[in-house]
Design a protein around this ligand. Structure first.
Ligand SMILES: O=P(O)(O)OP(=O)(O)OP(=O)(O)OC[C@H]1O[C@@H](n2cnc3c(O)ncnc32)[C@H](O)[C@@H]1O
Length: 185
C-alpha cells in the first residue's frame, strides 16, 4: 500500500487544485510551471506529455490534469481544446455557437497523469451529459454552468463543491488513480 501525505499538482487553475485537495484528502501544492501542452483534442495524449514534462522539471512525484468537453454533434470537439473556447468567448459564447444544435449530448473527461521515477501513468474519469441552453448556477468554474451531467437535473455550478466532488469526472479519475496506485481510500 502506498500512502500520499502530500503531492504537487502542476496547474495554474485554482479550481482544480481545490478539488484535488478535497478529493485526495491530502495536502496538494499547486505549482505554476509552464508545461508543453500539445495541440490535441484527446486529453489522454495531452496529459501523458504534460506529466513527463512535469517530472523532468520537478524530479519528484507529481500530478497533472487535463480536462476536456466533447460535443457529440461536433464529433468530439472541442475536447482538450475547450480552454481556448472558454478563454476566448466564455461558457455563454459556447452556448451561442451551439444554439442551433438539436443533439446537445456532451461528454466531460478528466485525464489525470501521475509521474514518478517509474514513469507516467494516466487515469481517466468520464461523464456523459448535455449542454444546457442557458448558463445555470454560480458555483464551480470553467464549463460548470453549462454542463448537465446525466441523471442529476442540475449543472455542476448548481451543486455545492461536495456534491460535485461526489460524482464528477475528476472524482472518477481520482478513484481510478487510487485503485491503480493502490492508495488507501
Ligand atoms: O494549468 P492547467 O491545469 O492546464 O489548467 P487549465 O485551466 O488550463 O486546464 P485544462 O488545460 O485542463 O483546460 C480545461 C478547461 O476546462 C475547464 N475545466 C477543467 N476542469 C473543469 C471542471 O471540472 N469543470 C468545469 N470546467 C473545467 C478549465 O477551466 C479550462 O478552461
Amino acid at each position: 500500500m502506498f500512502a500520499l501525505d502530500h503531492i504537487s499538482l502542476i496547474t495554474g487553475n485554482q479550481g482544480k487544485a481545490r478539488e484535488y485537495e478535497s478529493l485526495l484528502g491530502t495536502e496538494v501544492t499547486a505549482v505554476k510551471e509552464s508545461l508543453t501542452e500539445i495541440q490535441e483534442t484527446d486529453v489522454v495524449r495531452v496529459v501523458r506529455r504534460k506529466a513527463g514534462d512535469a517530472y523532468a522539471k520537478l524530479k519528484s512525484p507529481v500530478l497533472v490534469d487535463d480536462t476536456g468537453l466533447a460535443l457529440s454533434a461536433w464529433n468530439g470537439l472541442p475536447g482538450a481544446l475547450v480552454a481556448w473556447f472558454l478563454d476566448a468567448v466564455g461558457p455563454e459564447g459556447i452556448l451561442e455557437m451551439a444554439a442551433n444544435l438539436t443533439d446537445r449530448r456532451a461528454t466531460v473527461t478528466t485525464a489525470l497523469g501521475y509521474a514518478d521515477e517509474e514513469g507516467v501513468r494516466v487515469f481517466t474519469g468520464t461523464l456523459d451529459g448535455s449542454l444546457t441552453t442557458e448558463p445555470r448556477g454560480d458555483n464551480g468554474f470553467g464549463y460548470d454552468p453549462i454542463f448537465l451531467p446525466d441523471g442529476h437535473g442540475r449543472t455542476f455550478a448548481e451543486m455545492s463543491s461536495d456534491e460535485k466532488n461526489a460524482v464528477s469526472h475528476r472524482r472518477l479519475a481520482v478513484d481510478a488513480l487510487r485503485e491503480g496506485l493502490g492508495l488507501a481510500t
